[in-house]
Design a protein around this ligand. Structure first.
Ligand SMILES: [Zn+2]
Length: 116
């Protein structure tokens, strides 16, 4: 009887890549985290205009690294998107997730990243 050999595709950027149990776990964790944040935010009173301006001022004061480079991100949904990050950061998207601009999946865990 012939046995079928299954070869794992290790390159997450390959179209043949199959999501691993770790990938599925990370996506579940991202979804749970997002739901928790939304529940907690719903419990707080809305910000006043003054509070919103203070937060906006604080966020604008954060310095962005002038040297940036593009990264390819392979998302849980299968899409590959490009984002930039500080050139000095070796793994800017390590365990993160984002909204996929291609299909709208929110959140979509970053399965792999590489500079491009
Ligand atoms: Zn997508």
């Amino acid at each position: 009887m012939a046995t079928q050999q299954v070869t794992a595709i290790a390159d997450p950027f390959s179209p043949e890549y199959r999501l691993t149990p770790r990938d599925h776990r990370r996506q579940r964790e991202a979804e749970q985290s997002r739901e928790w944040v939304l529940r907690e935010v719903a419990k707080t009173p809305p910000l006043t205009a003054e509070q919103q301006e203070k937060i906006a001022t604080l966020l604008r004061s954060i310095e962005r690294s002038p040297e940036r480079r593009p990264w390819e991100l392979r998302l849980y949904c299968g899409h590959v998107v490009v984002r930039d990050a500080a050139a000095s950061n070796d793994d800017p998207f390590g365990e993160s997730y984002l909204t996929c601009t291609e299909c709208g999946l929110d959140p979509s865990a970053v399965i792999a990243s590489r500079p491009c």
